[in-house]
Design a protein around this ligand. Structure first.
Ligand code: SAM
Length: 304
C-alpha cells in the first residue's frame, strides 16, 4: 500500500511504528526523513535496537501516543527546515506481537491478567474498568465499541460476579461472556468474547477519541500534494477516517484536499505476503492545489 507515496523525497510521518516494517520502507526512499511514533514499550525497545543494528540515520522514533503529533512534528519540521510532510501513515490497532505476548492480556485464548493497554504506563487496565465502572457504563462500552447485542446482559453478569470476586483474568472474563450466550452459540467458529474484548481494548486505549483528534492534526501538516494514508482493521475506525476525510474534502477554504472515493483494499500479493492485511481498508487524503470540479466557470475559460 506504500506505492501511494510514489517515492517522493521529503519528510514522512509513520504514526504507528510497530515492528517498523513501514518506517523501514519509507526510510529507503531517497531523500526521506521519517518521524515515527509508538506508545508500546516493547515495540519501542525493539525499534531502537533495530535502528541501531541497521545503522539507520533517517528514522526518528519517539516514545509517545500519536495524539501528541503536533508537538513532535513542530520540532521535527523545524529541525529539517520544512513546512510539512510529503507523506503520513497510520496502520491502526494492535500488532500481532500484542496477541502473541500472552501476558499483555489482549487474547482470550491465553490465561493472563486483564490489561490490554498498549502503553501500560498510563491509564486504566481492563480489570480496573470492569471492577470500578458502573454496570451501565460497562454496557455502553461493550455496545458502542463492540456492537455486541448482548452488551446489557454481559455487563449485568460482570457486575454480579464482581460482588463475589474481582474480574482479573482473560479466561475468567471469556468464560463469563460465553455463559451469556445461548447454548447453541457458545462454541461456534467465532468466540463469543471477540466483540467484548475488542470493545474493552478500544476503551482502555481511547482508540477512537485519539484517532478523531489526531486525523485533522496530521492532515493540516501536509505539504502540497502530500498524502496521508490510514489503514484500519475495523469498521468504527474506517468510518471515522471516511467522515473526517470527507469533511476535509468538502471544505471551501485553503488548503484544499481530496480523498479516495472508496476504501483501497490490499492486493492478492499483499494478502499472500501478510495474511493480517486480509481485513485491512485504506483511506487516502491528498492536499491539492485547486478543486477542478468546484470551478463552475472552467468551461468559459477558452471563450471570449
Ligand atoms: C498494527 S501495528 C503497526 C505495524 C507496523 N506498520 C509495522 O510495519 O510493523 C500498530 C502499532 O501502533 C501502535 N499504536 C497504536 N495506537 C497508537 C497510538 N495512539 N499512539 C502511538 N502508537 C500507537 C501500537 O502500539 C502498535 O505497535
Amino acid at each position: 500500500m506504500l506505492e501511494h507515496f510514489e517515492n517522493r523525497p521529503g519528510l514522512y510521518a509513520d504514526l504507528t511504528f510497530g515492528a517498523g516494517g513501514h518506517s523501514l520502507a519509507l526510510s529507503n526512499i531517497p531523500g526521506a526523513q521519517v518521524l515515527s511514533f509508538d506508545q508500546d514499550p516493547d515495540a519501542l525497545k525493539n525499534g531502537y535496537q533495530l535502528i541501531k543494528d541497521k545503522k539507520i540515520d533517517n528514522i526518528t522514533l519517539v516514545d509517545s501516543n500519536f495524539e501528541n503529533f503536533e508537538l513532535h512534528a513542530e520540532e521535527f519540521l523545524k529541525k529539517h527546515n520544512s513546512d510539512g510532510f510529503i507523506g503520513a501513515l497510520m496502520d491502526l490497532g494492535v500488532s500481532s506481537h500484542h496477541f502473541d505476548e500472552a501476558l499483555r492480556g489482549f487474547s482470550f485464548r491465553h490465561e493472563a491478567p486483564l490489561d490490554m493497554r498498549m502503553n501500560p504506563r498510563s491509564g486504566k487496565s481492563v480489570a480496573e474498568i470492569l471492577n470500578e465502572f458502573d454496570e451501565e457504563d460497562i454496557a455502553n462500552i461493550i455496545w458502542e465499541y463492540g456492537e455486541e447485542k448482548l452488551s446489557r446482559k454481559i455487563a449485568r453478569v460482570i457486575a454480579h460476579e464482581r460482588k463475589t470476586a474481582p474480574i482479573e483474568t482473560t479466561t475468567q472474563l471469556a468464560e463469563l461472556i460465553r455463559g451469556c450466550y445461548p447454548a447453541a452459540k457458545r462454541f461456534g467458529k467465532i468466540h463469543p468474547a471477540t466483540k467484548t474484548f475488542q470493545a474493552l481494548r478500544i476503551a482502555v486505549n481511547r482508540e477512537l477519541d485519539v484517532l478523531s483528534d489526531t486525523l485533522p492534526r496530521v492532515a493540516s501538516k501536509l505539504v502540497m500534494n502530500g498524502r496521508f494514508a490510514v489503514i484500519s482493521f475495523h469498521s468504527l475506525e474506517d468510518r471515522l477516517a471516511k467522515i473526517i476525510f470527507k469533511d476535509f474534502e468538502s471544505r471551501e477554504e485553503l488548503p484544499l484536499y481530496k480523498t479516495s472515493k472508496k476504501p483501497i483494499l490490499p492486493s492478492p500479493r499483499e494478502i499472500f505476503e501478510n495474511s493480517r492485511s486480509r481485513s485491512a481498508k485504506m483511506r487516502l487524503l491528498e492536499r491539492i492545489p485547486y478543486k477542478r470540479e468546484k470551478n463552475k466557470y472552467a468551461h468559459l475559460a477558452n471563450k471570449e
